[in-house]
Design a protein around this ligand. Sequence first.
Ligand code: CP
Length: 315
Amino acid sequence: MSTLSCKHVLNMRDMTVEDIYLTLDVAKSFKEINERPIKKLPTLRGRTVVNFFLEPSTRTRTSFEIAAKRLSADGVNFAASASATAKGESLVDTAQTLDAMSCDLVVIRHKYAGSPHILTQNMRARIINGGDGKHQHPTQALLDLFTMRERFGKIEGLKVGIVGDIAHSRVAGSLVEGLTMLGAEVTLIAPPTLLPARPDYWGTSVSVSHKIDDVLPELDVLYMLRIQLERIEQAPFPSLREYARLFGVGTERMAKMKPDAIIMHPGPVNRGVELTSEAVDAANNLLLYQVNAGVAVRMALMYLLLGGKPEGISE
Ligand code: CP
């Protein structure tokens, strides 16, 4: 069986280009299975997967839970409020406690960047980063790459505009890396106050624009980010209304897009800020396709990391 070169998936750059394509190919098989009336496979029977989410999540937590169930793994969920973390237990002690229970895979979401790495140093289990602070969210990037590839048949050469709060976005942190690894051309579209200090860190295939209308007509993918109000410390723009006027997308800006261009968003959406309701519900907005793909991509990662037998799917 083909497998991944990495033991854990904490950052996009833990994966090679071959790892990414392998994950997308396996996810395609799982996506077909997810469309069958009976969606369950025995692949990970007897394996234990822990969802350790210390920050709110709807899409990531639920899709990992569904993915584990569809592969017949034993899934355990625990959240900050219901764990000893609320009593002050350290992350290292929690990791060692879970390790003592012989878990096979832990998915962690945490407000601090680097938390998944601490688990790798204190557990024998495989670790997947479900989002750490404003650092990385690799499974979101993988499901986004899957969606773009399904829509356009390739990633290489696509022109992708990522709009909004790039400075505070772990989604952008992983997606920019995934896109550049696979040969897409990325434009970061944001006011200077919502850009990272060194966008040139991502290399020459990433450019910057402060005016969405200048680049919109060229894009294949318009990837809108949520303003991360929970992470913003100072006022990077005068008001949400002003931000929506300069960077938000509604019917007027949608009319400037190429006929086959798509809108994407990782969710949750702030309706009326980055997207109007018309733009959220537009036929070329693949927001819910992304959610659907997320289950298949997470099944693929669990399968590849835990070395499940390929019963029921063709490799
Ligand atoms: N896209 C994403 O990470 O959504 P959740 O916060 O709902 O998991």
